[in-house]
Write a protein that binds this ligand. Sequence first.
Ligand code: UD1
Ligand code: MG
Length: 443
Amino acid sequence: MSVRAIVLAAGKGTRMKSDTAKVLHDLCGRPMLWYVLQALRAAGVTEIFVVTNAELQERVSEFGATGVLQKEQLGTGHAVRIALDAMKPEGGRVLVACGDMPLVNAEIFSAVVAASDGGNALALVTARVPLPSSFGRIVRRNGSVERIVEARDAGSAELEIDEVNAGIYAFDEGALREAVGRLRNDNAQKEFYLTDAVADLVRSGKRVAPVAASDPAHVIGINDRADLALARREMNIRLCAQHMRDGVTIVNPLSTSLEPELKIGRDTVIYPNTSIGRLSEIGERCMLGPNSRLSNARLGDDVTVRESSIFDSSAGDRTSIGPYAHIRNDSRLAQDVRIGNFVEVKNSRLARGVKASHLTYLGDAEIGEETNIGAGTITCNYDGKKKNKTLIGRDVMIGSNTSLIAPITIGDGALTGAGSVVTKDVPPGQRVAGNPAKPLPNK
Ligand code: UD1
Ligand code: MG
């Protein structure tokens, strides 16, 4: 059975009080809308049409969905009509969902599609929620769903109903097209309500099947930033739980922030106040945190990162970073590298066994195997106009507090004395010291 989906997301989201469209607000590293589309795809939906406002329309292709611009927000029924106008009639099922429900899962979508089969014109998800509530109410007659009444149009008896409309529907496409064509806007909000399609279908003798949501928390809509924070907490708990089930120890999930689509190897331990994001890949048996931030980081096995930040960079097996280090801008640390406290590494390549243990800046540098960088070393890479490279060979001893004035090359096995200001290239095996550094007599 072909299933296409319409996602309603053109609403202004006034209560977010934001210049950004509501469904583009971030939730654990992805826009809210991303989660809804992921769940739809996981439920086997083949094509997704997102009803957008002007701002969202510009961004919607990033989500692999087709945007349908709704110039004026005249109600959910109007939004669906506009989407149907853009969809070639195929006669399958059409799932309708909202873009501001990021906690939904594929199971709910699959369940509602399954329930729409077997002669039903519509299946819709219902939930029991505490009252008062702003959800539309499910009105039943003799046990069957008869209509939905919006909270703003409901009488006092109807407002007592705690069975509500979650806003997730699976329609027979032909029945939906007919019902949407007949909607009117004679209600409290002067809007075309999609929910009026329920009474319309029932009147014309069609069958409507309710599907109870197993957990009402999954169908909560985000309306303001307080809702968003609650959803973020829930989503983060889900993400942590998934990695813990896969063999990662998370000491305190409530103070650990993860994103979707991370790879974290088994027996890695994450200590509190640590966030990992942007497609990071972490090997096995790593120790991360506390108080660390990793974004687009690729770490091998047995890597230690303590109280440090790593952005857009990688580190090989057994490398140790921190405390208080900052690795950024496409830095690549090989295996067995040691980066100690208060060291910044920017856009640099460090070969196997390099050590920079204290108070150092390495920018635009390439450093060969087993070289030791003494405390307080600075690569002076910026001449006021451009960034210059520092090339350091293998088995080099850079003395404490050395300034390397780039562009500069230090040959294999060379040595700089403590406090040197090195302004000229140093040949392999040469020892230099002083300001400016001069060759020392051979021992
Ligand atoms: C809607 C339902 C209500 C249900 C609730 C569940 C209607 C009339 N009511 O109410 O029964 O309990 O969802 O959350 O459908 N949108 C558009 N274009 C429009 C209007 C809305 O794209 O012209 C989008 C919004 O961006 C939002 C969704 O449709 O994502 C729902 O609209 P909203 O106004 O929030 O409806 P509710 O009052 O929440
Ligand atoms: Mg809403």
